[in-house]
Design a protein around this ligand. Structure first.
Ligand code: ADP
Ligand code: MG
Length: 702
């Protein structure tokens, strides 16, 4: 047998796996081959070198083991909400064990008044320490089966456990398998990378991940396998990008001319920040290469992205191209239109606004002037990507607040010109570097991490329900001196009904405490008709209402300098990036502004940490990084659809360093060997093309 074939064998060939087990493995755990089994990595390891005493446990402990006598076992509660509670006793105290599933089987399975070893993570509930779903093992004879100190723990299902395939069974199978691993098991990474990155071989990594002799070798094994996983993910993103670059050419912007220079010299209302200068330079360089630019501009709220967009469009105009700027809502499009007109003043630049509500003659006129090239900058909503909108020579597109536009919508733009227009996507939602490298790995990323000078920091406070009247009092005092207030409620798809009810209740409470005619209240939520939403927003923008009660659909990027207080209800339910972005609605005027985070009474430890971070930091990127570490990538915006959550071993929050190395290695590899045709990359290429179903560059072009 070739060493490369070893892992492709069917699982039934493994000693200890008969037809029955093979069926369960395949059905429950999707394990059909040796490869599937060996890549069913442990999700944690238990330190079996020590037994802890029950009295010393706290919820800060990792996974541990205790030894004691199972003194009781009771099933409590009604049908669907049944739990089973066991009590484990040692000489220092009693520990509660709790199960929520598989109760009947477990109850019959356990023996009362026997000595057990329980493994699990202690947690605390109402001050009592307990372990949920511990792994249990009769103490007698336990030490014989497990001689290792770092014992791998594998995920299984209730059904597989019922069929006697639990973590321990898997461990035995894994041990059987790794004992047979050929010494010359095929590599997937080329020798250069393995050397440069100081990685252990694939064979050794697969061995030690399942049978680590000590913590050091385990870390090396994990490093190697995580690196490999992230490397191929990055290689895929970058390879596909280079494929796109070969296929599509962009406009070449070879010069900076009068439009840009005159604006810069005579119209710029304030000096550019260093971040703005840097980003404009990045964009300029990018547009001169002949490739289509695909750039993501991440800039904290208020960092001055609009100006960067405008100046980029002027460069484009200097090179004879038309420009288009898209915003997610009419209100935002309108605001951009006004800002741009104002900044350009008397410069001979034709700017037009196109939204869904511009109809008839006015619309026809805009469409005509676009087609004959008279309009230089078109600003609008989704309306600008409709088929009837035809440009003479579209060269540059700005998309503001990217997360509201899908990839498919972006792709519609490509059709508007022979050469693909350059694309600048702007977002105020800070995305941690590791996530953007992966989610937007096909885009170049520019970051504006600097605010224009002289901004007053927003004061952020956490308040609980009991001080609600006090908060209302404060709001009244701010309204009295002429300010406007946002009150924001969460609206999350899974709990939409409850959320809308909360908003309605909150609204009633507000109009009760802020009665007409002294106070006027606007309300906006996602379930309202578009026209009603715009009307309510406009009443607030014009200052006809002083309070805006809204769900988080509240217009991103909207600029109302007079609003200086934002109250966020159930703040613990929002992501930090989102809280930060909402907070950015205020602090746009000269006055002091406030963000009041209303919190539920029973906050988890993590929720407390997150709210504290909001109070302490005004740095969107720092907050986003922290959120990623505290909540994990699954809760971050945009990750659900991306597939990065399917990573087997690597964790984008914890393995940033490995990711950065892997990406750099992937870039180096493609620089030296763009289509991976060199002999030394052969194994790597085979693995890559097979595993990721990659088409070659050349087949994609023809
Ligand atoms: P965002 O990045 O959130 O879209 P904007 O482009 O709306 O930010 O800019 C926020 C405010 O900062 C605007 O009022 C704008 O005029 C102002 N601004 C932009 N650049 C500068 C600068 N270099 N110096 C001072 N103020 C600036
Ligand atoms: Mg903006």
């Amino acid at each position: 047998m070739m060493p490369s074939d070893f892992l492709n064998q069917e699982i039934t060939y493994l000693k200890g796996v008969g037809p029955q087990r093979a069926l369960i493995l395949s059905k429950e755990l999707e394990i059909k081959t040796y490869k599937d089994l060996i890549e069913h990595y442990p999700f944690r390891y238990v330190d079996r070198s020590k037994f802890y005493k029950i009295a010393e446990l706290s919820d800060s402990f990792p996974y541990i083991q205790v030894r004691g006598t199972l003194v009781s076992l009771v099933i409590k509660g009604e049908k669907k909400k049944q739990v089973m509670v066991g009590k484990l006793k040692d000489e220092t105290g009693i520990l509660e064990l709790v199960w929520f599933a598989g109760l009947k089987y477990l109850k019959e399975h356990f023996q009362l008044n026997q000595s057990y070893i329980a493994f699990g993570k202690p947690s605390s509930f109402n001050g009592n320490i307990s372990i949920s779903h511990p792994e249990m093992e009769l103490a007698q004879g336990a030490t014989n089966t497990m001689a290792t100190t770092l014992m791998p723990v594998y995920s299984t299902t209730e059904k597989s456990k019922f069929a006697k395939i639990d973590s321990k069974t898997l461990l035995k199978l894994e041990h059987t398998l790794v004992a047979q691993l050929p010494n010359n098991l095929a590599e997937t990474l080329c020798a250069n990378i393995i050397n440069d990155e100081n990685l252990i071989s694939r064979r050794d990594a697969l061995y030690h991940i399942h049978k680590p002799a000590n913590a050091e070798i385990l870390i090396k094994a994990q490093e190697r396998l995580k690196f490999e996983e992230l490397f191929f993910l990055q290689l895929k993103i970058l390879y596909q990008r280079s494929l796109t670059n070969l296929k599509y050419k962009g406009q070449v912007y070879s010069r900076v001319g009068n439009y840009f220079n005159q604006f810069f010299k005579e119209h710029l209302p304030f000096p550019l920040t260093n971040a703005q200068k840097r980003v404009i330079k990045e964009i300029r360089n990018d547009c001169a290469t002949g490739r289509q630019m695909n750039r993501l501009l991440q800039g904290d709220v208020g960092s001055g992205k609009t100006l960067v967009a405008l100046m980029s469009m002027l460069i484009s105009l200097d090179n004879g191209c038309q420009n288009c700027m898209m915003a997610p809502t009419e209100i935002l499009a309108h605001q951009h239109y006004q800002t741009v007109k104002e900044l350009l003043k008397d410069l001979p630049v034709e700017v037009a606004l196109l939204t869904g509500s511009i109809k008839g003659k006015a619309r026809k006129q805009i469409l005509d002037s676009l087609a004959d090239g008279c309009i230089h900058i078109l600003i609008g909503t989704h309306a600008v990507i409709e088929d009837e909108v035809i440009f003479k020579n579209l060269g540059f597109v700005v998309i503001d607040e990217q997360h509201r536009f899908g990839v498919a919508q972006r792709a519609k733009l490509w059709k508007k010109n022979n050469l693909r227009p350059h694309v600048l996507v702007m977002t105020a939602t800070p995305i941690p570097r590791t996530l953007s490298m992966t989610l937007y790995g096909d885009l170049d990323v520019s970051v504006m991490d600097e605010l224009p000078p002289g901004r007053k920091p927003i004061k952020t406070l956490v308040r609980f329900d009991k001080s609600r009247l006090e908060v209302f009092g404060f709001i009244k005092s701010q309204i009295k001196i002429g300010h406007q207030i946002y009150i924001v409620y969460p609206l999350i798809a899974e709990s939409e009904k409850v959320d809308l009810a909360n908003l309605e209740e909150g609204y009633q409470e507000i109009i009760h405490h802020f009665p007409e005619p002294e106070f006027k209240v606007s309300v906006v939520h996602g379930k309202m008709h578009h026209a009603d939403k715009e009307r309510e927003m406009n009443r607030f923008i014009k200052g006809n209402t002083q309070l805006m009660v809204a769900t988080s659909v509240i217009e991103v990027g909207v600029n109302i300098p007079n609003a200086n207080v934002i109250v966020i209800e159930n703040a613990e339910r929002f992501g930090l990036a989102q809280l930060h972005q909402l907070r950015g609605r205020v602090g746009r005027g000269a006055e002091h502004s406030f963000c009041i985070l209303m919190a539920g009474n029973k906050l988890s430890h993590i929720a407390k940490q997150r709210l504290k971070a909001m109070v302490e930091s005004n740095d969107g990127f720092k907050l986003a990084e922290l959120d990623l570490t505290l909540r994990g990538p699954g809760d971050m915006e945009g990750t659900q659809q991306s597939g990065i959550l399917n990573l087997k071993l690597a964790d984008l929050a914890k393995d940033q360093n490995i990711l950065i190395r892997a990406r750099a290695a992937a870039i180096r590899t493609l620089e030296l060997d763009p289509d991976l045709s060199k002999e030394e990359n052969k194994l790597m290429r085979n693995h890559f093309f097979e595993t990721y179903k990659i088409k070659t560059v050349w087949s994609a072009i023809s």
